[in-house]
Design a protein around this ligand. Structure first.
Ligand code: 21W
Length: 200
């Protein structure tokens, strides 16, 4: 899977290169491509935002700059996603659906968001990660990548995915490991029987 990320803060994606996603990138299962939206500013001061028409606090990302960065990675087969607080809340079903795509383009807004006209033109799928206010779409994009990458072939074992709590609607159960007694608390007897030792 190829994932293009359009952002004003490409350096904020360093953590995603670690852990499971990082290993998937090294194994060439996932190709993460960071595009700095600022590189598409034609202005001599590399301006990427401006004050909102009609007034109000903060700044709005300029439509031409975002659109040019988008055109630099666009292909018709790609699934385009705009991370925005107004979007539909991400859930495990959506995560699984997204993992069927060979190419994701993630658009991260910052400040008060992106000029609506470029959103109307691109018509991306709009996704939020929950009802609380963040400073931009970068953390939400990393959350989405982490969740989706687990379904990319060869990233996780089949067994791990089958144990999936949210999709199977199974109840998660408490987990224990050695030692058998910790601060006077014993591991439940049922887990200590010979039969349940087969996975150890
Ligand atoms: C936060 C942008 C608040 C815009 C006036 C009228 C992406 C996010 C984000 C942000 C506003 C996600 C406005 C959960 C999030 C994100 C930055 C509101 C807009 N002003 N999921 N309308 N929470 N957040 N201002 O914050 O970009 S996915």
């Amino acid at each position: 899977m190829r994932i293009d990320i359009l952002t004003l803060f490409p350096e904020s994606f360093e953590p995603i290169k670690q852990s499971i996603v990082g290993r998937a990138v090294e194994n060439k299962k996932i190709d993460i491509n960071l595009i700095n939206i600022r590189n598409f500013s034609k202005d001599k001061h590399k301006k990427v935002d401006d004050t909102p028409y009609g007034g109000g606090a903060g700044m709005v990302m300029k439509p031409d700059v975002v659109y040019d960065s988008y055109k630099s990675v666009y292909e018709p087969e790609a699934k385009v996603i705009y991370l925005t607080p107004q979007g539909k809340t991400l859930n495990q079903k959506k995560v699984q659906e997204l993992s069927d795509n060979e190419h994701l383009i993630l658009i991260c807004g910052h400040y008060e968001g992106i000029d609506q006209r470029v959103i109307d033109e691109i018509a991306p799928e709009e996704i939020s990660i929950g009802d609380y206010v963040l400073t931009g779409g970068e953390l939400p994009a990393m959350v989405l990548i982490d969740a989706v990458s687990r379904y990319v072939d060869g990233v996780l074992s089949k067994e791990s995915l089958q144990e999936e709590t949210f999709t199977n609607n199974l109840l998660e159960y408490p987990q224990y490991t050695r030692p058998e007694i910790f601060l006077g608390r014993k591991v439940p007897e049922v887990l200590m029987s010979r039969q349940s030792q087969k996975n150890r």
